[in-house]
Design a protein around this ligand. Structure first.
Ligand code: 5GP
Ligand code: MG
Ligand code: MG
Length: 178
């Protein structure tokens, strides 16, 4: 385990098993439909790459970068789109792929934004869900795991741009960001 972590929550094997199940669920739910998956940079990228290979249907990929103003370990609620998709999603079935849902403010904003562009449907997929952080009526449609209200890193999730490449998911020691 990395020395800056307090605890590992999910091992590489546990993540792998869960991603296979999510991919199967999406494959079953979208049979016969055209999917556009939108990965939210940068945190979702590791999960996105693994999940896409478990969806056994034709899929088009796109990416978006969003940022919320405010402190480094909490979301402010004001979302800015830093990089937009270049796919026409009108009448397409969109699945937004995120690393983690905390307050839900980022995904609430992005979901509404896609609905305004006349997507046929918009669903939310997140590797992690922090139920205690929720400040909106956003619930993911496809969730990997629930996590406690702690600062999580690994498998794409960073603190100050570090730890994204850890193959497991864990809790960062408080002394690192306090
Ligand atoms: P929300 O808008 O749901 O509050 O925040 C979502 C974003 O906040 C995530 O995409 C992620 O970038 C960041 N975030 C929320 N909780 C955590 C966490 O525990 N660890 C890390 N690394 N990022 C988090
Ligand atoms: Mg994010
Ligand atoms: Mg981050």
């Amino acid at each position: 385990m990395h020395k800056d972590l307090e605890k590992i929550l999910f091992t590489q094997e546990q993540i792998h098993d869960r991603v296979i199940k999510l991919g199967k669920q999406i494959t079953d739910d979208y049979a016969g439909k055209e999917i556009v998956t939108v990965g939210i940079l940068k945190g979702a990228i590791v999960f996105f790459a693994d999940l896409m290979r478990e969806i056994k249907l034709p899929v088009r990929f796109d990416f978006m970068a969003a940022s919320s103003y405010g402190a480094s370990t909490k979301t402010s609620g004001t979302v800015r789109i830093l990089k937009d998709i270049d796919t026409d999603i009108e009448n397409k079935h969109v699945i937004i792929v995120e690393d983690i849902i905390d307050s839900g403010l980022t995904l609430k904003y992005l979901k509404q934004n896609f609905e305004h562009r006349k997507a046929a449907s918009v669903k939310l997929c997140a590797m992690l869900n922090k139920p205690d952080g929720r400040r909106t009526d956003i619930y993911g449609d496809y969730i990997g795991f629930d996590v406690p209200d702690e600062f999580i890193v690994g498998y794409g999730l960073d603190y100050a741009s570090a730890y994204r490449n850890l193959p497991y998911i864990g809790i960062l020691k408080k002394e690192i960001y306090a």
